[in-house]
Design a binder for this molecule. Structure first.
Ligand code: 13P
Length: 250
Protein backbone atom coordinates (compact mmCIF):
# COMPACT_ATOMS: atom_id res chain seq x y z
CA UNK A 1 0.00 0.00 0.00
CA UNK A 2 1.45 3.34 -1.05
CA UNK A 3 1.29 6.04 1.61
CA UNK A 4 -0.29 9.22 0.24
CA UNK A 5 2.07 12.17 -0.28
CA UNK A 6 0.80 15.74 -0.52
CA UNK A 7 3.32 18.47 -1.39
CA UNK A 8 2.79 22.22 -1.68
CA UNK A 9 4.66 23.99 -4.47
CA UNK A 10 4.64 27.62 -3.49
CA UNK A 11 6.24 28.65 -6.81
CA UNK A 12 7.44 32.30 -6.88
CA UNK A 13 5.25 33.38 -3.98
CA UNK A 14 6.00 34.56 -0.43
CA UNK A 15 8.61 36.92 0.93
CA UNK A 16 10.59 35.72 3.92
CA UNK A 17 8.05 36.95 6.47
CA UNK A 18 5.12 35.56 4.50
CA UNK A 19 6.83 32.19 4.09
CA UNK A 20 7.57 31.88 7.80
CA UNK A 21 3.99 32.83 8.68
CA UNK A 22 2.55 30.32 6.19
CA UNK A 23 4.90 27.55 7.37
CA UNK A 24 3.85 28.24 10.98
CA UNK A 25 0.21 27.93 9.95
CA UNK A 26 0.92 24.65 8.16
CA UNK A 27 2.65 23.26 11.24
CA UNK A 28 -0.18 24.43 13.49
CA UNK A 29 -2.82 22.72 11.34
CA UNK A 30 -0.93 19.64 10.10
CA UNK A 31 2.35 19.43 11.99
CA UNK A 32 1.72 16.05 13.60
CA UNK A 33 0.11 14.28 10.65
CA UNK A 34 1.57 10.81 10.25
CA UNK A 35 -0.86 8.91 8.03
CA UNK A 36 -0.01 11.14 5.05
CA UNK A 37 3.45 12.42 4.04
CA UNK A 38 3.45 16.21 3.74
CA UNK A 39 6.04 18.56 2.26
CA UNK A 40 6.14 22.27 1.48
CA UNK A 41 8.38 23.79 -1.18
CA UNK A 42 9.00 27.52 -0.62
CA UNK A 43 11.29 29.68 -2.78
CA UNK A 44 15.06 29.29 -2.15
CA UNK A 45 15.20 32.54 -0.18
CA UNK A 46 12.97 31.14 2.55
CA UNK A 47 14.21 27.53 2.75
CA UNK A 48 16.41 27.98 5.79
CA UNK A 49 13.89 29.98 7.78
CA UNK A 50 11.10 27.53 6.94
CA UNK A 51 13.31 24.57 7.89
CA UNK A 52 13.63 26.10 11.36
CA UNK A 53 9.83 26.36 11.59
CA UNK A 54 9.38 22.73 10.50
CA UNK A 55 11.75 21.32 13.15
CA UNK A 56 9.93 18.88 15.41
CA UNK A 57 6.99 18.53 13.01
CA UNK A 58 6.28 15.78 10.47
CA UNK A 59 6.18 18.29 7.59
CA UNK A 60 9.21 18.00 5.30
CA UNK A 61 10.95 20.69 3.29
CA UNK A 62 11.26 20.67 -0.50
CA UNK A 63 13.01 22.90 -3.04
CA UNK A 64 11.54 23.85 -6.42
CA UNK A 65 14.61 23.11 -8.54
CA UNK A 66 18.34 22.41 -8.33
CA UNK A 67 21.39 22.59 -10.56
CA UNK A 68 23.17 19.30 -11.32
CA UNK A 69 26.74 20.57 -10.96
CA UNK A 70 28.37 20.37 -7.54
CA UNK A 71 29.84 23.89 -7.45
CA UNK A 72 31.56 26.56 -9.49
CA UNK A 73 30.88 29.28 -12.02
CA UNK A 74 27.12 28.85 -12.49
CA UNK A 75 25.73 32.25 -11.59
CA UNK A 76 22.23 32.09 -10.21
CA UNK A 77 22.23 28.35 -9.60
CA UNK A 78 21.91 26.34 -6.38
CA UNK A 79 23.49 22.92 -5.75
CA UNK A 80 22.27 19.79 -3.99
CA UNK A 81 24.78 20.29 -1.17
CA UNK A 82 23.45 23.81 -0.62
CA UNK A 83 19.89 22.49 -0.42
CA UNK A 84 20.92 19.74 2.00
CA UNK A 85 22.72 22.24 4.19
CA UNK A 86 19.47 24.14 4.81
CA UNK A 87 17.40 21.06 5.64
CA UNK A 88 15.83 20.16 2.30
CA UNK A 89 14.51 16.60 1.78
CA UNK A 90 12.67 16.77 -1.57
CA UNK A 91 13.45 18.52 -4.86
CA UNK A 92 10.86 19.25 -7.56
CA UNK A 93 12.45 18.55 -10.94
CA UNK A 94 11.16 19.19 -14.46
CA UNK A 95 8.13 21.29 -13.59
CA UNK A 96 6.27 22.35 -16.74
CA UNK A 97 6.99 26.00 -15.93
CA UNK A 98 10.71 25.15 -15.99
CA UNK A 99 10.22 23.25 -19.25
CA UNK A 100 8.21 26.09 -20.83
CA UNK A 101 10.07 29.18 -19.63
CA UNK A 102 13.58 28.06 -18.67
CA UNK A 103 14.74 25.55 -21.26
CA UNK A 104 14.31 22.45 -19.12
CA UNK A 105 14.64 19.31 -21.26
CA UNK A 106 14.43 15.59 -20.57
CA UNK A 107 18.26 15.60 -20.53
CA UNK A 108 18.56 18.33 -17.91
CA UNK A 109 15.82 16.66 -15.86
CA UNK A 110 17.81 13.42 -15.93
CA UNK A 111 21.01 15.20 -14.84
CA UNK A 112 19.14 16.83 -11.96
CA UNK A 113 17.55 13.54 -10.89
CA UNK A 114 20.97 11.85 -10.85
CA UNK A 115 22.60 14.66 -8.87
CA UNK A 116 19.71 14.79 -6.41
CA UNK A 117 19.79 11.04 -5.73
CA UNK A 118 23.60 11.05 -5.44
CA UNK A 119 23.26 13.73 -2.75
CA UNK A 120 20.70 11.71 -0.79
CA UNK A 121 17.81 14.01 -1.68
CA UNK A 122 14.45 12.77 -3.00
CA UNK A 123 13.25 13.90 -6.45
CA UNK A 124 9.66 14.79 -7.32
CA UNK A 125 9.74 14.42 -11.10
CA UNK A 126 7.06 16.31 -13.04
CA UNK A 127 5.64 14.94 -16.28
CA UNK A 128 2.59 15.95 -18.30
CA UNK A 129 1.18 17.05 -21.62
CA UNK A 130 -0.07 20.39 -22.91
CA UNK A 131 -3.63 20.80 -24.19
CA UNK A 132 -2.37 20.86 -27.78
CA UNK A 133 -0.46 17.61 -27.24
CA UNK A 134 -3.53 15.98 -25.68
CA UNK A 135 -5.80 17.15 -28.51
CA UNK A 136 -3.41 15.97 -31.22
CA UNK A 137 -3.09 12.50 -29.71
CA UNK A 138 0.51 12.98 -28.57
CA UNK A 139 -0.24 12.67 -24.87
CA UNK A 140 1.11 9.14 -24.38
CA UNK A 141 4.27 9.88 -26.36
CA UNK A 142 4.96 13.04 -24.33
CA UNK A 143 4.42 11.32 -21.01
CA UNK A 144 6.60 8.44 -22.15
CA UNK A 145 9.45 10.73 -23.22
CA UNK A 146 9.27 12.70 -19.94
CA UNK A 147 9.22 9.52 -17.85
CA UNK A 148 11.76 7.43 -19.73
CA UNK A 149 14.00 10.49 -20.12
CA UNK A 150 13.93 11.29 -16.41
CA UNK A 151 14.78 7.73 -15.37
CA UNK A 152 17.55 7.06 -17.92
CA UNK A 153 20.40 5.32 -16.12
CA UNK A 154 18.60 5.28 -12.75
CA UNK A 155 18.67 1.93 -10.89
CA UNK A 156 15.51 0.32 -9.51
CA UNK A 157 16.80 0.95 -6.00
CA UNK A 158 17.10 4.69 -6.73
CA UNK A 159 13.81 4.78 -8.64
CA UNK A 160 12.07 3.80 -5.40
CA UNK A 161 13.28 7.06 -3.86
CA UNK A 162 11.52 9.08 -6.57
CA UNK A 163 7.99 10.46 -6.70
CA UNK A 164 6.39 11.30 -10.04
CA UNK A 165 3.97 14.20 -10.33
CA UNK A 166 1.58 13.93 -13.26
CA UNK A 167 0.71 17.53 -14.06
CA UNK A 168 -1.31 18.07 -17.21
CA UNK A 169 -0.20 21.55 -18.25
CA UNK A 170 -3.75 22.57 -19.20
CA UNK A 171 -4.89 22.03 -15.62
CA UNK A 172 -2.15 24.06 -13.91
CA UNK A 173 -3.39 27.31 -12.44
CA UNK A 174 -6.39 27.29 -14.77
CA UNK A 175 -9.07 26.07 -12.39
CA UNK A 176 -9.62 23.24 -14.88
CA UNK A 177 -8.90 19.91 -13.23
CA UNK A 178 -8.43 16.57 -14.91
CA UNK A 179 -11.40 14.38 -14.03
CA UNK A 180 -10.54 11.65 -11.54
CA UNK A 181 -10.82 9.16 -14.43
CA UNK A 182 -8.53 11.18 -16.72
CA UNK A 183 -5.97 11.49 -13.95
CA UNK A 184 -6.12 7.83 -13.06
CA UNK A 185 -5.77 6.73 -16.70
CA UNK A 186 -2.60 8.80 -17.01
CA UNK A 187 -1.26 7.45 -13.71
CA UNK A 188 -1.94 3.87 -14.78
CA UNK A 189 -0.11 4.57 -18.03
CA UNK A 190 2.88 6.01 -16.14
CA UNK A 191 2.93 2.95 -13.89
CA UNK A 192 2.95 0.74 -17.01
CA UNK A 193 6.00 2.64 -18.24
CA UNK A 194 7.65 2.14 -14.84
CA UNK A 195 6.78 -1.55 -14.98
CA UNK A 196 8.55 -1.81 -18.35
CA UNK A 197 11.59 -0.09 -16.89
CA UNK A 198 11.77 -1.73 -13.47
CA UNK A 199 9.25 -4.58 -13.17
CA UNK A 200 5.97 -4.77 -11.30
CA UNK A 201 7.20 -4.85 -7.74
CA UNK A 202 9.19 -1.60 -8.07
CA UNK A 203 6.55 0.13 -10.21
CA UNK A 204 3.86 -0.68 -7.67
CA UNK A 205 5.82 1.08 -4.92
CA UNK A 206 6.57 4.36 -6.70
CA UNK A 207 4.17 7.14 -5.76
CA UNK A 208 2.49 9.18 -8.48
CA UNK A 209 1.00 12.52 -7.43
CA UNK A 210 -1.56 14.45 -9.42
CA UNK A 211 -1.05 18.20 -9.89
CA UNK A 212 -3.28 20.79 -11.57
CA UNK A 213 -5.92 22.84 -9.76
CA UNK A 214 -6.28 20.29 -6.97
CA UNK A 215 -8.31 21.80 -4.13
CA UNK A 216 -10.21 20.68 -1.05
CA UNK A 217 -13.41 20.16 -3.02
CA UNK A 218 -11.95 17.88 -5.70
CA UNK A 219 -9.14 16.22 -3.72
CA UNK A 220 -11.18 13.40 -2.29
CA UNK A 221 -12.38 12.13 -5.68
CA UNK A 222 -8.91 12.40 -7.20
CA UNK A 223 -7.16 10.80 -4.24
CA UNK A 224 -9.74 8.02 -4.17
CA UNK A 225 -8.50 6.69 -7.52
CA UNK A 226 -6.47 3.47 -7.55
CA UNK A 227 -3.25 5.04 -8.85
CA UNK A 228 -3.41 8.61 -7.53
CA UNK A 229 -1.03 8.54 -4.59
CA UNK A 230 -1.08 12.17 -3.60
CA UNK A 231 -0.99 15.68 -4.96
CA UNK A 232 1.42 18.43 -5.94
CA UNK A 233 -0.48 21.54 -5.04
CA UNK A 234 0.14 25.06 -6.34
CA UNK A 235 -2.43 27.76 -5.59
CA UNK A 236 -4.23 25.88 -2.85
CA UNK A 237 -1.00 25.39 -0.89
CA UNK A 238 -0.65 29.13 -0.26
CA UNK A 239 -3.22 29.14 2.54
CA UNK A 240 -2.82 26.58 5.33
CA UNK A 241 -6.56 26.00 5.68
CA UNK A 242 -6.90 25.29 1.92
CA UNK A 243 -3.89 22.99 2.03
CA UNK A 244 -5.25 21.21 5.10
CA UNK A 245 -8.53 20.72 3.25
CA UNK A 246 -6.63 18.60 0.73
CA UNK A 247 -4.59 16.69 3.31
CA UNK A 248 -7.44 15.97 5.72
CA UNK A 249 -9.84 13.95 3.53
CA UNK A 250 -7.05 11.52 2.51
P1 13P B 1 -2.09 24.69 -9.29
O1 13P B 1 -2.48 23.79 -8.14
O2 13P B 1 -2.02 26.14 -8.94
O3 13P B 1 -2.87 24.40 -10.52
O4 13P B 1 -0.55 24.29 -9.65
C1 13P B 1 -0.21 22.97 -9.82
C2 13P B 1 1.26 22.88 -9.93
O5 13P B 1 1.84 23.32 -10.90
C3 13P B 1 1.99 22.27 -8.81
O6 13P B 1 3.33 22.06 -9.14
Amino acid sequence: MRKKFIAGNWKMNTTLDEAVALAKDVVKTMGDTSDVDIAICPPYTSLYAVSEVLKGSTVKLGAQDVHWEAKGAFTGKVSCAMLKSVGVTYVIIGHSEQRTYFHETNETVNKKVKATLAAGLLPIICVGETLEERKSGKMDAVIESHTVGAFAGISAEDALKCTIAYEPVWAIGTGETATPQQANEAHIYIRKLLTKLYGTSTAEQIRIQYGGSMKADNAKALLGQSDVDGGLIGGASLKASDFAGIVKPV
